[in-house]
Ligand binder design. Structure first.
Ligand code: GBH
Length: 494
């Protein structure tokens, strides 16, 4: 049965795109935005410079055993000092946008929003101005997991309703300071990960893990309200004058039913509800998905009428981070009220007879290009075809001290990954899905959260042993040729 399912899925993929299909720039609209992405804590470094206050990740990385190599983002890849070099590399590869995040505690060191740190403002002004000088559009994420530590310690971070107010003050300062030049705003990156790994497994900062509590649902609720409040401020005070757009960034793995049994098909749908519907349903339909309400009861917070109005249509586009796909089947769970069990869905990528796709370095990442096509389709169908930016997509390789540099730079699996996933995006566009842009994760190798520096997602290699020097990988050259419209078999460079 499972073999049969796998064969059908492969057939479907093969019929969608022949294995040798080479996506070309011409497969995408002219104004389609191609960019690269990073986040502040993962690349900036300069943790104690420029008046920056500590964030929850500064504290979390000090806890023994939380980060695999025991490292942190104090220096990271030092983009704070080398931003010009990095922007030059973006330009060299031919990308036309850069999605980076602002470190909240560089703007308001204690998060309270009373004293703005002008050095922080100056740093982002410099970065934004240099991007524009090089013809690259700055696209800004306001929150990519690095909450000012003081807000966690004083009010309990995302568990407190007052976080909404502090986030709104910070967001408004960013719109007022940078909005004359920044036209794409992403409020919050992956609220799912903050809810589940920040407040349930404890794998991410702030590392809370009372597995019976309602904390993940509360943290998710407040992130939604904070997003909506920021979007409302942007729309009422800035949008007319500045003419930009605002949205939030959600991550979702595609869930493919393992068999054609009805219960597996609904389990797979439920799995998508518990990732994406958790955030998009309140925005588009005014309430959490039925499947979550039924299973979580009063663990799910309630939206007041005012909340619902604030949330309704509070985005100009959906930002989607997508990396991988799983087979999902129905499973009944004895124990309720646990984020994973309560879903009554179990997911697998590997079993005796095969694997859903090639493996990347991170154990959770399998290469399944058709999954992106399906998740895009799902969003278009369920939410009435909203504009979508794919805000992250990519794969990693393992850091390997023993390999010579030229081997580390020749990242053939990553080239194959991008070809497959871009082909998938172009098919979605041809089928009418309103995808407006695509950001590769990541511009450079960087601090990969609990994995430290052991995993490398970059198009550009960072030599941590030799002064953080940057080297373009084959995938960077692949993009360069892709933008020039060159056939990759002519004019060898890799
Ligand atoms: C994104 O999250 C982040 O936005 C980005 O900062 C990050 O660098 C990038 O992905 C690559 O990871 O080890 O089994 O507990 C993607 C979603 C969710 C993927 C957590 C890794 C850990 C799974 N991530 N997940 S496990």
């Amino acid at each position: 049965m499972e073999d049969e399912r796998k064969r059908l899925v492969e057939e479907e993929w093969n019929s969608m795109v022949s294995v040798n299909h080479q996506p070309a720039r011409a497969d995408f609209p002219l104004n389609f935005l191609f960019g690269v992405a990073t986040s502040a804590y993962q690349v900036e470094g300069a943790a104690n410079e420029g008046g920056r206050g500590p964030s929850i990740w500064d504290a979390f990385t000090c806890i023994e055993g939380k980060i695999i190599d025991g490292k942190n983002g104090d220096v990271a890849i030092d983009q704070y000092h080398r931003y010009k070099e990095d922007v030059d590399l973006i330009a060299k590869m031919g990308f036309s946008a850069y999605r980076f995040s602002i470190s909240w505690s560089r703007i308001y060191p204690d998060g309270l929003g009373t004293q703005v740190n002008n050095e922080g403002i100056m740093y982002y002004n410099n970065l934004i101005n240099y991007l524009l000088e090089k013809g690259i559009e700055p696209c800004v994420t306001l929150y990519h997991w690095d909450l000012p530590l003081h807000l966690d310690e004083s009010i309990g971070g995302w568990l407190s309703n007052s976080i909404v107010k502090y986030f709104a003050i910070y967001a408004e300062t960013c719109f007022a300071s940078f909005g004359d030049r920044v036209k794409k705003w992403f409020t919050i990156n992956e609220p799912l990960q903050t809810a589940v790994n920040g407040y349930f497994t404890g794998g991410n900062a702030p590392g809370r893990c009372d597995r019976q509590s309602a904390e993940p649902y509360l943290a998710a609720h407040h992130q939604l309200l904070a997003h909506a409040e920021a979007a409302s401020i942007y729309r009422t005070k800035f949008k007319d004058l500045q003419g930009g757009e605002i949205g939030l960034v959600l991550d979702c793995q595609w869930a493919e039913a393992l068999t054609d049994k009805e219960e597996d098909i609904t389990a797979a749908a439920r799995r998508v509800d518990f990732q994406l519907g958790w955030y998009l349903d309140p925005i588009f339909f005014g309430e959490y998905p039925k499947s979550m309400q039924e299973r979580l009861g009063d663990k799910l917070p309630i939206f007041s009428q005012k909340d619902k109005e604030l949330l309704r249509n509070s985005l100009d586009f959906v930002g989607l981070n997508h990396y991988t796909t799983r087979f999902v089947s129905h499973r009944t769970n004895e124990k309720e009220n646990d984020y994973f069990r309560v879903q009554e869905a179990t997911q697998i990528a590997e079993w005796e007879n095969g694997v859903i796709g090639e493996k990347a370095a991170s154990p959770w990442l399998y290469v399944v290009p058709w999954g992106l096509r399906k998740i895009l389709n799902h969003i278009a169908q369920k939410y009435n075809n909203p504009p979508i930016y794919i805000t992250e997509n990519g794969m990693d390789d393992e850091d390997n001290d023993a390999s010579p540099l030229h081997e580390m730079l020749d990242d053939k699996p990553r080239v194959a990954y991008y070809k497959g996933y871009l082909a998938s995006v172009s098919l979605a566009i041809k089928a009418g899905v309103d995808v407006r842009g695509y950001f590769a994760w990541s511009l450079v190798d960087n601090f990969e959260w609990p994995q430290g520096y052991t995993k490398r997602f970059g198009l550009i290699y960072v030599d941590y042993k030799n002064g953080l020097t940057r080297h373009l990988k084959s995938s960077a050259y692949w993009f360069l040729k892709f933008f020039k419209g060159e056939d990759e078999n002519n004019g060898k460079e890799d």
